[in-house]
Design a protein around this ligand. Structure first.
Ligand code: SF4
Ligand code: SF4
Length: 384
């Protein structure tokens, strides 16, 4: 069996290098840009306002030293990286944002956004603590309505129901397409490496034309289906099948994924926010448009929600669907919610499935790579 890489990955190799130029051209043509950090940012509203949503990555180590000038060193690297980019103008995407959308997903981010608001116009959405209680759902709807009003005022537009419905259709179609892409990873051998899957999902944030991204993903899925038919894989058949979960781990902060693949594991699903979390569920198109949007985003199974039963159930379901041999849960140092939830998740998976589970607490530096590699190799041997 030959191990190879799909030819259509060429689109995604170029997405990030091209993105800074694309956004500059869009800005010169008068397009408004809204930067956001979290998968809870309701992108339908941004599209319906005639603006372009742009994920602000915060997965690079480089700006952390600048971030630490104002923030405690023991904050999570994602927050320090976000702030470092904001105060140094090193990120063209932050620089080109007309408005930045934040969410009070954790206390560190909440306080950092207070500082960031000195750099850019911002709207910070206040999240309720749970996605289960009716009172929390009602409160979140008021936050979505407030955000809509801020977008309207900032861009001097009216966001119509029709525009929200139109944006919902586009993003729901994209969610279904990406779910189809993820399903190809159920094959053995996996037709795509986990690092390439991450590159595709990450590129989604850097290809601003939704139809263009959809066409690229369709081409890739067609090629992956051919590879499955021929038994071609990115890793050998029988490689240990691992689901990665935990904190957002995008390109630039993909150390653990790389170490897993270098150790011979096949990453069959990336549940994290930089992976599949934003594509998990659709907006219910039968609901009143703004309500549908509010409900979809609040239901995001993030550890900032308490309790967060949906994530536990989701992981147990994914273990079956992807025939996983183990789950690797990544936590950034200083992230209390994911850190505590790791124990809850371990115990849940142990009880429901007996699934081998590895918790890795790390940051964006490479200093612990050798130590992590040893732990990962020992874990893979243990599940052999
Ligand atoms: S982990 Fe939670 S807070 Fe962070 S991007 Fe994902 S949904 Fe947002
Ligand atoms: S990884 Fe944890 S601490 Fe860092 S921003 Fe996300 S929720 Fe907050």
């Amino acid at each position: 069996m030959s191990l190879s890489r799909p030819l259509s990955m060429a689109h995604f190799d170029m997405a990030i290098p091209h993105a800074a130029t694309s956004i500059k051209q869009m800005k010169e043509a008068g397009t408004k840009v809204v930067g956001h950090y979290c998968v809870m940012a309701p992108q339908e509203l941004i599209l319906a306002a005639g603006a372009v949503p742009m994920a602000l990555c915060a997965t690079k180590e480089e700006p952390i030293a600048d971030g630490e000038k104002a923030l405690p060193r023991n904050f999570c690297p994602l927050i320090k990286s976000s702030y470092g980019f904001a105060i140094t103008d090193k990120c063209p995407f932050f620089l080109y944002s007309d408005l930045v959308m934040g969410e009070t997903t954790c206390d560190g981010k909440k306080k950092m956004f207070e500082l960031m608001s000195q750099c850019k116009p911002m709207v910070v959405m206040n999240l309720p603590p749970s996605y289960e209680r009716e009172a929390d759902k009602a409160y979140w709807l008021t936050e979505v309505e407030r955000t809509k009003a801020v977008l309207e005022e900032q861009f001097n537009v009216t966001i119509t129901e029709e525009a929200i419905v139109e944006a919902t259709k586009v993003l729901n179609a994209e969610r279904r397409l990406v779910q189809s892409l993820a399903k190809t990873m159920q094959a053995d051998p996996v037709p795509l490496s986990g690092l390439d899957l991450l590159k595709v999902l990450w590129s989604r944030n850097f290809v601003f034309d939704r139809a263009e991204f959809a066409a690229q993903v369709e081409e890739l899925i067609a090629e992956l289906e051919e590879r499955i038919q021929k038994g071609e894989g990115a890793l050998p058949k029988g490689a240990k099948r691992i689901i990665v979960t935990g904190v957002p781990t995008g390109l630039g902060a993909e150390k653990v994924l790389r170490l897993l693949e270098e150790s011979g594991a096949a990453i069959v699903y990336i549940e994290n926010c930089a992976g599949m979390k934003q594509f998990l569920t659709e907006v219910d198109e039968s609901k009143e448009p703004l309500q549908g949007v509010a409900d979809k985003y609040l239901a995001t199974p993030c550890s900032c929600m308490s309790p967060n039963k949906t994530r536990l159930e989701l992981l147990a379901q994914l273990v079956d669907e992807y025939n996983a041999d183990g789950v690797v849960d990544i936590t950034w140092q200083g992230c209390h919610t994911y850190n505590v939830e790791s124990r809850i998740l371990r115990e849940y998976l142990q009880e429901k499935k007996g699934t081998p589970f590895l918790h890795i607490e790390t940051d964006y530096s490479q200093g612990d790579s050798e130590q992590l590699k040893t732990r990962i190799q020992a874990f893979l041997e243990m599940i052999a």
